[in-house]
Design a protein around this ligand. Sequence first.
Ligand SMILES: *Cc1c(COP(=O)(O)O)cnc(C)c1O
Length: 220
Amino acid sequence: MSDPVTPLEETEARIAKACRIARRERGEVMLIAVCKTHPPEKIRPLLEQGQRVFGENRVQEAQEKWPMLREDYPDVELHLIGQLQSNKAEDAVALFDCIHSLDRPSLVKALGKAMEKAGRPVPCFVQVNIGAEEQKGGCPIAEVPALIEQAREAGIPVIGLMCIPPFDIEPVPFFALLDKLARDNGLEGRSMGMSGDFETAIMLGATHVRVGTALFGERG
Ligand SMILES: *Cc1c(COP(=O)(O)O)cnc(C)c1O
């Protein structure tokens, strides 16, 4: 392959290298291009280069940006990676193909209802508060099995666990813990790793990496 020139090629090369080192197949890791805060003109070049999986953290922002982009690229897959309010559950189910932030019983109820009403079961990750941080979203570790059970009873397809480790400290123990929790609960998906640490996450079993800054530059 020729030397990577675009941020997407560079990121792809880094993912491919991490997969080689981890002795994993490239196809085991999905790159989610996190384009929150970035306007459509910054997203189009990635679409033109073939990227089809994108992440947004706010329902309203995604509603403003994606219907038009999707007219040109109907095979786009949109992932919601940010906190979701229960009153936005119907909008989220209508727009997103995957939700990474299922983290509490009230949201299980709202999403279960919304999916049933729409006849559209959207795959979800249970977000885990992996560092037991007070101010942070995510299900407490001890409550993860019960939340998975509730979600299944509500008809929500749970495909994995997601985490955002505490800021600015070594993420390895947190990624390893999420991997173990996923295994203990019989789940395949591990949504972990961002621009600064996705190679590490891939070593530790990430199946979905959420990469923003490395692809789009700093957010304004
Ligand atoms: C913004 C965001 C990312 C991407 O972070 P970068 O450091 O810009 O790669 C990943 N996950 C979540 C949940 C985010 O909100």
